[in-house]
Design a protein around this ligand. Structure first.
Ligand code: ADP
Ligand code: MG
Length: 684
């Protein structure tokens, strides 16, 4: 017999082939998966308030008595408007319906009903439009509202879930023992699943959320811990002699104290000769992570090892390649660039040099870790802008070398508690200091019709010898009025900026073309670069002083900060100008945060609050498992509880072989398998 969890959604009552397809699309191909699609919010029908109180609030439930029956009051073309009037004993309210002839005769004067919706004031009268309506005798509680997708309304999901829950055995099996549940004060999975969908009250909902969030965090931390066991392996790769002082002589500037500390921490790891380094380097944009990478790469190379440096984009890989070439000029260190767009023959030759050990520093994109790259003696792997890759692929690498040391670098600063959960298997170094002489980047938000002023301001800076970026969200014109790179570039280069050298850059260009444009911009031959977000991460052109972001509402806070980080990388005063007509509350919040702060750590925290970690990290890329519910900042209590449980579990049964953890172990294995198997990018 197929278990309920694996039962195809199509066999559920009321679901035909067509809606089954829709359910598959929202990630519910099976009944089990459906039950894990949690409501986005709840309509509280259990508490009724007065019309006056409901006004201006989000959707609320009001109990009213009908005064006048529904009648047609306006008919204009295909638009028909119906109205009824009701009272709560204090005030009257107009109930308006559009294009719904079925409401006629729906209720009668004197009848009492519950209505649910947004109350507004129109010409001095209270009004509610297209409310949901229920009889007062229905036993109503918290009603689930699911994220809607085209063709699959919330009520359809609700009814499918209801049917699925009816099929559930009276006691849905749990992965924890009763002792475990008691110990951490958790409700059963059965209770949690039923109450997350149809809470019998607010407390029950709270219990259900607690349990499900706990599960997510507990399983995630245990899997990370398991990976730790896999990645933290003993190694023979040992840095015998420290060449860091020599490296400092090569630098055109004095490293910051934060850089020195981070370099020292890495070196300590690599000197131990016991376990391979597994370290995360966090630093805000422009804090100088590349120097740390270069320092420890130098050390590894001087000690006879190969170093691989992986970047998420070809543009960034190429830039690192050039930086390292400049830095190590004349030292006899061979640097190799390996990206997807390098032709087959050249690539084969490069692979040859990597295999024989002729190449000692290998910079590239994820191609670096394709099956056919063989290293001579890989001692250190550095992944730049690690938030762009998944966090789970720690296995492939181990096969490449003899457990090389690993440093991952990220410009997405996250709070320590969260970092411990997400990167729990890594030690952490932080660059909490910017190189000296940096000035605050002045940030503004302007409406589109003020662009002319922005252009004039930009021209003035270009005339002073600075350079500027314009970033647009997409490269093709589409139905909305989003600014598209190609047409916009044409417009600007033949119009406003016809006197200037304008370049264009987007993901669909050939790698060679992209390289050429970047090079010209870096060398100052181009003054204005109009680009998509391909320049978002890592690009370093210190002379660029203006960043103009079109359709700024399209970008998340961390992304805006990353983009802004492309300027203000030198000594010049820099500016970031966000262009947007969007007055939405969320975008305004982001703009305000950007204008008020230049601090990546602070902004990342804000972003987490706005969006929750799942969205923040892009669960897909990161394989953060089902962090659908928890907002780790708001659910700090549960985070702490889960940390305690993880610690005690590991103490009890380090490899989870205990009988008590049999199902837990299975779940984790499943989690690791799917995450590792499916990811495109290979990372550490
Ligand atoms: P990110 O942390 O964003 O990767 P980069 O490593 O690209 O930052 O460094 C940003 C810029 O700062 C580069 O132009 C780099 O040369 C410069 N830089 C890095 N460290 C220092 C330092 N200690 N003093 C002065 N400039 C520095
Ligand atoms: Mg960088």
């Amino acid at each position: 017999m197929v278990s309920l969890t694996n039962m195809d959604i199509q066999y559920l009552k009321g679901i035909g082939p067509k809606s089954a397809e829709l359910f598959r699309r929202i990630g519910a191909p099976t009944v089990g998966a459906l039950l894990r699609i949690y409501p986005r919010m709840y309509e509280d029908w259990s508490k009724q308030i007065k019309i006056r109180e409901a006004c201006g609030e989000l959707s609320k439930c009001i109990k009213v008595k009908i005064l006048y029956p529904v009648r047609l009051i306006l008919s204009k073309g295909s638009m028909k408007m119906y109205k009824s009037v009701a009272t709560d004993g204090e005030n009257n309210i107009d109930i308006i319906f559009f294009n719904n002839k079925y409401v006629i005769g729906g209720f009668l004067p004197g009848e009492e009903v519950l209505i649910f919706g947004n109350v507004t004031i129109n010409s001095g009268r209270y009004e509610i439009t297209n409310p949901k309506i229920k009889g007062i005798n229905e036993n109503l509680k918290l009603r689930p509202i699911y994220g809607q997708t085209k063709g699959l309304q919330s009520w359809k999901i609700e009814s499918a879930v209801k049917n699925a829950l009816e099929l559930l055995p009276s006691k849905f099996p749990d992965m924890y023992s009763n002792d475990f549940l008691n110990n951490y004060d958790l409700c059963s999975l059965d209770f949690a699943i039923r109450n997350i969908h149809f809470p019998s009250g607010e407390n029950e909902l709270k219990e259900a959320r607690k349990r499900l969030i706990f599960d997510e965090l507990y399983l995630w931390q245990l899997s990370v811990n398991m990976l730790k066991g896999m990645s933290r392996q003993s190694t023979y790769i040992k840095i015998e002699k420290d060449y860091t002082k020599d490296f400092y002589f090569l630098l055109p500037f004095e490293p910051t104290n934060a850089q020195k500390t981070a370099i020292m921490e890495c070196n300590e790891d690599m000197k131990s000769g016991k376990f391979s380094m597994s370290r995360l380097l966090q630093g805000d944009v422009g804090s100088g992570k590349t120097v740390v990478a270069a320092a420890i790469a130098y050390n590894a190379v001087k000690n006879g090892y190969q170093v691989a440096i992986m970047a998420p984009t070809e543009i960034l890989a190429t830039q690192h390649y050039e930086t390292f070439n400049k830095l190590f000029l004349g030292l006899g260190i061979n640097i190799e660039l390996l990206t997807g767009s390098i032709r087959a023959k050249a690539r084969r030759e490069a692979m040859g040099r990597i295999k024989t050990g002729e190449a000692s520093v290998i910079v590239g994109t994820h191609v670096l870790f394709s099956e056919c790259t063989q290293f001579y003696n890989l001692g250190l792997v550095i992944t730049d802008e690690q938030h762009r890759f998944g966090v789970n692929q720690r296995t492939n690498l181990a096969q490449k070398g003899n457990n090389p040391h690993v440093l991952v670098m990220s410009a997405t600063p996250i709070p320590r508690t969260l970092a411990l959960i997400i990167y729990g298997d890594l030690d952490i170094s932080v660059l909490n200091e910017l190189p000296p002489g940096r000035q605050k980047i002045d940030t503004f938000c302007v409406e589109r019709d003020k662009r002319k002023r922005v252009y004039n301001f930009t021209k003035k800076l270009l005339d002073e010898g600075r350079q500027a970026y314009v970033v647009c969200p997409s490269i093709e014109e589409n139905e909305t009025d989003m600014v598209a790179v190609e047409s916009y570039a044409k417009e600007l280069s033949s119009g406003e900026f016809s006197e200037y050298n304008v370049g264009i850059l987007h993901g669909k260009m050939k790698a060679k073309e992209k390289e050429e444009v970047m090079k010209n911009f870096l060398e100052g031959k181009l003054q204005l670069l109009i680009s998509t977000t391909v320049i978002e991460v890592g690009v370093d052109v210190p002379n660029a002083a203006v960043m103009i972001i079109e359709n700024a509402e399209r970008f998340g806070l961390s992304q805006l900060h990353q983009l802004r980080g492309r300027v203000g990388r030198g000594k010049e005063k820099s500016y970031c100008i966000m262009i947007s007509d969007n007055k939405g509350e969320d975008s305004q919040k982001r703009f305000k945060a950007m204008i008020n702060s230049n601090d990546g750590f602070y902004l990342a925290n804000e972003d987490l609050k706005f969006r929750g970690p799942g969205e923040f990290f892009g669960s897909k890329q990161h394989g953060i498992p089902n962090v659908k519910m928890s907002n780790m900042l708001k659910d700090m209590e549960i985070v702490k509880l889960s940390q305690i449980a993880v610690k005690e579990t590991i103490e009890k049964s380090p490899d989870l072989s205990g009988d008590e953890f049999k199902i837990v172990k299975k779940q984790i294995q499943k989690l690791l398998e799917t995450k590792i198997g499916k990811q495109i990018y290979i990372t550490v």
